[in-house]
Each structure stands twice: as structure tokens, then as C-alpha cells.
Design a protein around this ligand. Structure first.
Ligand code: MTE
Ligand code: MO
Length: 188
């Protein structure tokens, strides 16, 4: 694919890695940090930092697209594939959506089916180095096929749900789906 074909409509490529978020960068304490998988699951699962870091890892190379107009090509992420988590938690049959919960109450919503894609991961390394605090250390979601606001930083919980519910930006008028190729930037 040519470079031009990799840029969704209305986007421009940046070499930088802009930092965008609401509120402060949370402090990280590995002794108290955990990741909670809850909601419509057979049995709730809570990973300690140590347990989470022991999970099998994947490495992906992906282009990322921010709704504010920048795209960044060939970003490299390492962490745990979302679908690996389903070896540890069993969602109930009616669970079709996930609310991603972060520090300071940032949330974003995604269909479970979208998260099951092989390029979706909970990342703790970026471009062959530990993720930096401003980019989501110790753990961020990466969903390359959606605008980057859905790639939530500082993730602490995944809530399995039967009905969809808007997350933080989705409540403030961002598109519920956020596919860059369809330019799903804002809700009508
Ligand atoms: N927890 C949290 N995650 C967040 C945000 C936020 O405000 N809080 N902002 C989102 C938005 S709008 C974007 S564009 C990306 C930016 O990620 P970056 O700072 O690593 O470029 O993070 C997303 N994840
Ligand atoms: Mo954003």
C-alpha cells in the first residue's frame, strides 16, 4: 500500500507523538495497581501488576489516527492482546459491549467484537521502550482501527455490558463508533 493510501480522509501525518488528555497524569504504584474485569462475566477477575505482566505478549505495528487530525504511521506496541484476556475471564453470552475504565474516571466504549481483533492490545511498551507516563504508563488500550480517543490511557477496568453506553468523549458529541476511514468524528 502506498503512503497516501494509508492516510484516512482529512488526516495529516505527524512525526511527533502529541500528548492529549484531560486532567493530570496519574501516579503509578505497582503494589496497589490492578486491572479489574467485571460486569457480565461468569466470575470477576482482578490482575495484580505482577500477574498482568506475566501474561503472554504480542507486538503490533500500526498506524494511529487522532480525531484532531494527526496520523502517525508504523507505531510499535507491545503488551497483552485483548483476546488473551478471554482465556482468563468468561463473558456471559449477553455481553456485547465493553466500557473501558481509566484513572480519573476517563471512559470509552467499544463493541466486544471490535476488541477481539488481533491488533487490539493492552500495551505497556511503545517503540521498543516502556510506555512513558504521559502516553499511558503503566497500561493503555490500543485500538488502531478507531480514532485514538478510544485508545484509553491508564486503564484500570474492563466492564462487560449487554447494552452500549457512551464513554467520556462519546457523551460530549464524539461519534460512538469512531472509524477514521468513514470519518466518524462527531455525532450528528
Ligand atoms: N485516560 C485517558 N485516556 C485518553 C485520554 C484521556 O483524556 N484520558 N484522551 C484520549 C485522546 S482524546 C487521545 S487523542 C489519545 C492521545 O494519546 P497520546 O497522548 O498517547 O497521543 O488518548 C486518549 N486516551
Ligand atoms: Mo483525541
Amino acid at each position: 500500500m502506498s503512503l497516501a493510501e494509508r492516510i484516512p480522509p482529512g488526516q495529516r501525518v505527524t512525526e511527533h507523538f502529541p500528548v492529549l488528555h484531560k486532567g493530570p497524569i496519574p501516579k503509578f504504584n505497582p503494589a496497589t495497581w490492578n486491572l479489574r474485569l467485571f460486569g457480565l462475566v461468569e466470575k470477576e477477575v482482578v490482575f495484580t501488576y505482577e500477574q498482568f505482566m506475566a501474561l503472554p505478549t504480542v507486538r503490533i505495528v500500526a498506524d494511529i489516527h487522532c480525531v484532531t487530525g494527526w496520523s502517525k504511521l508504523d507505531t510499535v506496541w507491545e503488551g497483552v492482546a485483548f483476546r488473551e484476556l478471554l482465556n482468563h475471564v468468561r463473558p456471559l453470552p449477553q455481553a456485547r459491549y465493553v466500557m473501558v475504565h481509566c484513572e480519573y474516571d476517563y471512559t470509552t466504549n467499544l463493541p466486544l467484537e471490535v476488541l477481539m481483533d488481533e491488533d487490539v492490545l493492552l500495551a505497556y511498551r511503545y517503540n521498543d521502550a516502556p510506555l512513558t507516563p504521559e502516553h499511558g504508563y503503566p497500561l493503555r488500550l490500543v485500538v488502531p482501527k478507531r480514532y485514538f480517543w478510544k485508545s484509553a490511557k491508564w486503564v484500570r477496568g474492563l466492564e462487560f455490558m449487554a447494552q452500549d453506553r457512551p464513554g467520556f468523549w462519546e457523551q460530549y458529541g464524539y461519534h460512538n463508533n469512531g472509524d477514521p476511514w468513514k470519518e466518524e468524528r462527531y455525532a450528528r
